[in-house]
Design a protein around this ligand. Structure first.
Ligand SMILES: CSC[C@H]1O[C@H](OP(=O)(O)O)[C@H](O)[C@@H]1O
Ligand code: HPA
Length: 260
């Protein structure tokens, strides 16, 4: 067994195509419960290099929870209780920007939230005061820089910018909806980026999105979207995502908690 750094564990929330994290030297696995209910999966503890990691599968393992039914509050709270202060959310996305085709990696810098009806805050119920967190920059700039450096070092096809449009799902979008997202300034579309990012911010955790484009968004190619093309893009691109995680992990572990 390898030796562990003294850094707190980094949380990795794996999405479509990343239900388990190969390369993790396992140190434990436990089911947990939280005041917000059960997380999507048990929490898998291990080492990536010498960095402690806690891995959680957003859609469960096996993949069975649709995006609008993920218990995002339980997921983030469970990671927080394990000592995690920096979280990487790995997401499969549709590419809207012309340069963001299948197997392209994106480290986005902004979000627009189109989801509805999801439990999206920890600040509700019997409160002593209302709380409005700042969310100007939803992703940690330090964590983004580490992922960008790793993608560059590996020579992977990637973009260091992008607006993630979070839709409700579970259906994919219409072509007109994607045109609207594009007019709004979205470069990517996915179904799970929110409220995950906002809940991490409420807990003062650093949060960063590592997105793999698995299809061109609806209407942006000459064909409809198929699961076959999505699986092919995952097969082509997820190894790069894993490499970025491996390379950046020590730096992510060294980050201090979000200041605002
Ligand atoms: C057609 S795949 C859609 C599915 O994949 C993405 O999940 P995740 O962000 O967890 O990787 C997307 O948000 C949908 O849930
Ligand atoms: O085209 C998409 N739309 C929404 N979510 C997605 N997740 C992967 N591809 C897509």
């Amino acid at each position: 067994m390898g030796t562990s750094s003294n850094h707190p564990p980094v949380g990795i929330i794996g999405g479509t195509g990343l239900t388990t994290l190969s390369g993790l030297e396992l140190t434990g696995e436990r089911p947990v419960n939280t005041p917000w209910g059960e997380p999507s999966s048990s929490l898998v503890e291990g080492l990536l290099g010498d960095q402690p990691v806690v891995f959680l599968s957003r859609h469960g393992n096996p993949h069975r929870i649709p995006p609008h039914q993920v218990n995002y509050r339980a997921n983030l709270h469970a990671l927080y209780e394990m000592g995690v202060r920096t979280v990487v959310g790995v997401n499969a996305v549709g590419g809207i920007h012309a340069d963001m085709g299948p197997a392209h990696i994106v480290i986005p810098d902004q979000i627009i939230d189109y989801t509805w009806g999801r439990a999206s805050t920890f600040f509700e119920g019997d409160l002593e005061e209302t709380t409005h967190i700042d969310f100007t920059f939803p992703y940690s700039s330090e964590a983004r820089a580490l992922l960008i450096d790793a993608a560059r070092a590996e020579g992977l096809p990637f973009s260091d910018f992008g607006v993630y449009g979070a839709t409700q799902g579970p259906r994919l979008e219409t072509a007109a909806e994607v045109l609207r997202l594009e007019r709004d300034g979205c470069d990517l579309v996915g179904m799970t980026g929110m409220p995950e990012a906002a809940l991490a911010a409420e807990l003062k955790m650093n949060y960063v999105c590592l997105a793999l484009v698995v299809n061109r968004a609806a209407g942006k190619s000459d064909h409809i979207i198929t699961m076959e093309e999505i699986e092919a893009a995952i097969g082509q691109g997820m190894s790069g995502v894993r490499r970025i995680l491996e390379i950046s992990m020590g730096g992510l572990g060294a980050l201090t908690a979000r200041s605002s």
